[in-house]
Design a protein around this ligand. Sequence first.
Ligand code: PAF
Length: 256
Amino acid sequence: MNARPPKLYPNLAEWRAARSRDFMGQSIGFVPTMGALHAGHRALLERASAENDRVVLSIFVNPTQFNDPTDLAKYPRTLQEDLAVARGLVTDVIMPQDTEVYPHGYRLRVSENQFSRELEGAHRPGHFDGVLTVVLKLIQLVQPHRAYFGEKDRQQLQLVQLMAQDLFLPTEIVSCPTVRADDGLALSSRNQRLTADSRARAAHFPRILREASDAASATRELGFAGFDVDYVEDRDGVRLGAVRLDGIRLIDNVRL
Ligand code: PAF
């Protein structure tokens, strides 16, 4: 474990200079995030730290992946707490500005036109264009050997893997298991926005996904339990779902 505090790069010019100067001959693990770090992110950082000489964390609330402006405005920004979660695991933190990541606005983008339109993409138009575009930009900026993504966002993980293959990226995309609270709820930055009552009820979401006999029964049971269901679908031995509870959107997936 690395005991030194990480080096912070609040702008890309400094980061790019350091990247070409200080990283020779070292393996680099990269964990891209939008901040509001929790134990799920910490598990990604632990894995990256165990497998690489240096661990780069990015904290960037990517505007192009939010199809709902309220969701973007309400996204938690908790830098000091994030640095505490990352302590001892991260060597470098990049925190670029919107105008640095999108110097010409959103004129250029990566667009997958099949799987990205299904499941999450059907309910959040343009979401995965924003995700893929920013992940490609960040990978270009960091040039990591490995980049770490959580399985909770399974569709995101699969699309990033597809992009890495299709665009011949030299970075290995490493998939990491979902981290759950004791009651089974998958950890997510959005959980912080649940009231105490909704947080207690939210644990029914993964339980019903796991226990229902098929996707249609899961949809019905989630409805009875007070969730607004966006979708539940079984694909390749995995049940994926997205629900809203008091306006907060939760996604999850479980192996069948
Ligand atoms: O999973 C996330 O937090 C984001 O979608 C990511 C990969 C950091 C891109 O903004």
